[in-house]
Design a protein around this ligand. Structure first.
Ligand SMILES: C[S@@+](CC[C@H](N)C(=O)[O-])C[C@H]1O[C@@H](n2cnc3c(N)ncnc32)[C@H](O)[C@@H]1O
Length: 353
């Protein structure tokens, strides 16, 4: 048993709900812990990412990640015929660091692409929007904010968004709910016949698919494709893994390994096609091999020990290289031809397009 700690007001809200309405789904609990409008870990602005924060992401490793993705986005822009109104939509933006890394790189290295580009941020939380506005001020009206998606042609990108969306904990017909034993939050089980456990992520896929007119939806997350998929709840604070989601409620990050197959099936049902799936190691290696020595004079790594260290962290199988996978889905784009740079070393995963 775990005595709840964390944000007292949030704990009281969760306790009241359970006392008044009985045990609640883990998805509801996760929604409160991360996204309660006032007290949630993300929505309150409490979350810190990077060395001084609670955990690292690809973005917090340094600018190289955004620079490599910018190269991939520019290839997509070229493939779509160098449109004059190409939109990068980013969701799960946190403080805007990835957007800054991409825009600075494109502005200095790929001016023609910069000219054609608009950067759209989907941000539901005002406090994060404010942080992003400050960070991206220099780019003026290149950057725009929306609370919900609107039709666009280009690419929708997210890093660790889908695995941060609330899930129900259902396995073999049994659902784990969050209940109370005295003062303590506990899991209680009930039988269920539904299997739709990651509704929020699937709703998100529906919305992206409905608004993507032509182009790609690229998501980087950690998860599983195969049948041995297990729903591990990971709780992190100050670079420590906590034992239970009932510790440091509202002050810790909660993620669940993503079931990639359900995301793919949902996207396909919406008319998208798989344009590539691979681990981050192979994805970034493909981009580097195409652009680092390519004809654009874009070398990011030469003479920069810092960039080389960043690269090692992003690529190394025991660091971030194997932890994350990359999925690209496409609409009104030829997916039978040569793959995007990031997928040229992707091994066949038995996925139908
Ligand atoms: C694990 S963090 C990743 C942040 C950043 N992409 C990075 O890699 O450093 C997840 C982010 O997704 C955001 N998020 C969760 N649900 C969202 C939604 N429906 N729309 C937009 N952002 C969302 C959270 O606020 C949080 O900033």
């Amino acid at each position: 048993m775990n005595t709840p700690d964390g944000n007292p007001a949030l704990i009281q809200i969760i306790r009241d709900q359970i006392e008044n309405h009985g045990p609640q789904s883990f998805a509801w609990f996760m929604q409160q812990a991360l996204y309660h409008p006032e007290h949630g870990y993300y929505s309150s602005g409490r979350c810190q990412i990077g060395r001084k924060g609670d955990y690292f992401t690809n973005v917090s490793v340094g600018p190289l990640f955004g620079q490599l993705l910018a190269s991939q986005f520019s290839e997509i822009w070229e493939r779509l015929g160098k449109l004059s109104d190409f939109v990068i939509v980013e969701q799960g933006v946190h403080d805007g660091q990835f957007a800054q890394d991409v825009l600075e790189f494109v502005q200095t290295r790929l001016p023609e692409f910069f000219e054609a580009l608009r950067y759209r941020i989907l941000e539901p939380f005002p406090i994060l929007k404010e942080q992003q506005r400050r960070k991206l001020e220099a780019f003026g009206d290149k950057v725009e904010w929306r609370e919900s998606p609107e039709p666009f042609t280009g690419v929708h990108f997210s890093n660790e968004l889908l695995d941060a969306m609330p899930v129900r904990l259902i396995s073999d017909g049994t659902e784990k709910l969050v209940g109370l034993d005295g003062d303590t939050f506990v899991f209680v089980e009930r039988q269920v016949d539904k299997t739709m456990f990651n509704q929020a992520a699937l709703d998100c896929v529906d919305r992206i698919a409905a608004n993507l007119q032509r182009g790609y939806f690229i998501a980087i997350d950690y998860g599983f494709l195969d049948e041995q998929f297990e729903r591990n709840v990971q709780v992190r604070a100050q670079h420590r893994h906590l034992d239970s989601p009932f510790e440091q409620i509202g002050e810790a990050d909660i993620t669940i390994a993503l079931d990639w197959r359900s995301v793919i099936q949902r996207a396909q049902a919406n008319g998208l096609r798989v344009a590539g799936f691979t681990d981050q190691h192979h994805f970034l290696t493909g981009i580097i091999s195409q652009f680092e020595t390519g004809d654009r004079g874009q070398s990011l790594l030469a003479d920069s020990p810092k960039a080389k260290r960043e690269l090692q962290t992003l690529l190394h199988p025991e660091m971030l290289g194997r932890a994350f996978q990359v999925l690209a889905l496409a609409k009104k784009v030829d997916v039978e031809g040569p793959p995007l740079a990031g997928f040229k070393f992707a091994r066949h995963q038995g996925l139908s397009r």
